[in-house]
Design a protein around this ligand. Structure first.
Ligand SMILES: Cc1cc2nc3c(=O)[nH]c(=O)nc-3n(C[C@H](O)[C@H](O)[C@H](O)COP(=O)(O)OP(=O)(O)OC[C@H]3O[C@@H](n4cnc5c(N)ncnc54)[C@H](O)[C@@H]3O)c2cc1C
Length: 431
């Protein structure tokens, strides 16, 4: 199936393109036929990357019809699924079988392959990105053939395919490691930035999942702590959930975003009022319902991985930079923790990591702020999240990845003609 409705825009409205044609294959053979016939081809997942990583003027593949669970091995705790399945559907399919994903990011709208391709992560010092949960995957490569990637078959290829940026081929199916279903006890509440930064290691190490949001122009943070529990689910009551998550988290940010866009000078004052109203919440629920929540307010985002030991200094410097430059920032800075891994292009490659994210209304002209933020991360050898906005090039990135050349060698072998290339990959990986 192909369509002539060709204009495509990402979730955030920060990237768009007009592909030559859009295809909806329902089998691996159909994917292979599209790849073979195309001069240039890209898959788009749920369009939740903020950059132009999924854009193409060639053929665009959507996997909305290639989204089924293929097998569940309850004893080995693995699930094999077609690459287009969304994380939220996968969560439901796992839950009915008594399984769950070990960790998740803060939304579940992404496609499985899209999340893997950019090393999507949650928070937890002992837990890696979603790419580290991959046990095996199959790729449809540039010549249309299927290639099984597993650590046993070819460790180097596997480590490249774990975080591929869509550059190696179409991920067709994925086998993921899961865990037994579990509940989380969640505590969310206000804190002060200085106090949190002075205790940051203790807080990160003593909780399964620790993160915080700091609100620029204030000294206020929202701390989120999730720990595994044997308690039964005691979810927030519907009205409370609606109030906390939909109204407070989304609507108040909506007001901040809209008012901020119209009157940026009011942002510091509104931020102080809004964060003064933060209050403590506690509840227990099924893990995926605690990890991920709806996002109703749209924004632009950049995010950097930096060595864990450098985070407190980095956040203090971002604070000083915002005040010095006079930026009016109407969204928080988010700080999370991720364990080291060995995927060739994982931002957490061989170092215990902290991820620091900056957000802003897309309409507010985020580029000067994101560039100033990036300079602070550059000074700490920061590695950008592949799915978020950044201004790096292959020349600035190569030295930050000890096994960069190995990834490029795999790319040269699998896609010598750059059939899976696009403007983003040309900039970020080189020609
Ligand atoms: C509101 C919001 C919240 C977010 N929260 C988090 C978070 O908590 N943690 C985090 O790490 N990230 C987060 N992200 C970023 C997001 O997880 C990543 O950008 C992810 O890649 C998006 O998945 P997607 O399915 O939308 O992929 P897309 O954005 O559609 O595509 C991303 C890349 O994957 C490639 N791709 C997709 N499918 C395939 C395939 N089958 N084969 C080969 N390549 C493929 C695309 O070509 C492209 O290169 C968030 C984004 C948003 C908008």
């Amino acid at each position: 199936v192909a369509t002539t409705e060709r204009r495509w825009t990402n979730w955030a409205g920060t990237a768009s393109c007009t592909p030559r044609a859009v295809h909806f294959p329902a089998s691996e053979d159909e994917i292979a036929a599209i790849v073979k016939a195309a001069e240039r081809v890209k898959v788009v997942g749920a369009g939740h990357s903020f950059s132009d990583i999924a854009c193409t003027d060639g053929d665009l593949i959507r996997l909305d019809r290639y989204d089924k669970v293929l097998a569940v091995d309850r004893a080995a705790r693995t699930v094999t699924a077609q690459a287009g399945i969304t994380i939220s559907r996968l969560n439901e399919e796992l839950a009915v079988r008594g399984l769950a994903m070990q960790n998740l990011g803060d939304i579940a709208y992404q496609s499985l392959a899209g999340a893997i391709a950019t090393a999507t992560h949650g928070t937890g010092t002992r837990l890696g990105t979603i790419s580290t949960q991959v046990r095996e995957l199959t790729l449809v490569t540039a010549d249309g053939s299927g290639l099984r990637c597993s650590p046993d078959a070819d460790a180097e290829l596997f480590r490249a395919a774990q975080v591929s940026l869509g550059a190696l081929g179409v991920i067709a199916s994925v086998t993921l490691a899961c865990v037994d279903a579990f509940n989380l006890h969640a505590t969310e509440g206000p804190g002060r930035l200085d106090e949190i930064l002075s205790r940051i290691d203790e807080l990160a190490d003593s909780n399964d999942h620790f993160e915080f949001y700091w609100f620029p122009h204030t000294d206020r943070v929202l701390v989120k702590v999730n720990n595994r529990t044997d308690e039964p689910a005691r979810p927030r009551s519907r009205p409370k959930e609606w109030f906390d998550e939909i109204f407070l988290a989304n609507k108040v940010f909506g007001v901040l975003a809209k008012t901020g866009e119209r009157r940026p000078s009011l942002i510091p004052r509104i931020s102080r009022v809004v964060t003064g109203a933060l209050s403590k919440t506690e509840y227990s629920d099924r893990s995926d319902r605690v990890f991920a929540s709806p996002r109703l307010v749209r924004f632009a985002e950049t995010e950097y991985e930096i060595p864990r030991s450098t985070v407190a200094g980095a956040v203090r410097e971002v604070h000083a930079m915002i005040e010095r430059e006079g930026f009016r920032v109407n969204f928080p800075i988010e700080v999370r923790f991720v364990a080291a891994d060995d995927a060739l292009l994982s931002p957490a490659h061989r170092r215990d990591s902290c991820y620091v994210a900056a957000h802003m209304s897309a309409g507010l002209g985020y580029e000067p702020y994101f560039r100033a933020f990036e300079r602070i991360m550059d000074a700490r050898d920061g590695r950008p999240h592949w799915g978020k906005i950044h201004f790096q090039t292959a020349a600035t990135l190569r030295a930050r990845y000890p096994e960069w050349d190995r990834f490029i060698a795999v790319r040269n072998r699998l896609d010598p003609e750059r059939r899976f290339g696009n403007t983003y990959l040309q900039r970020v990986l080189g020609p």
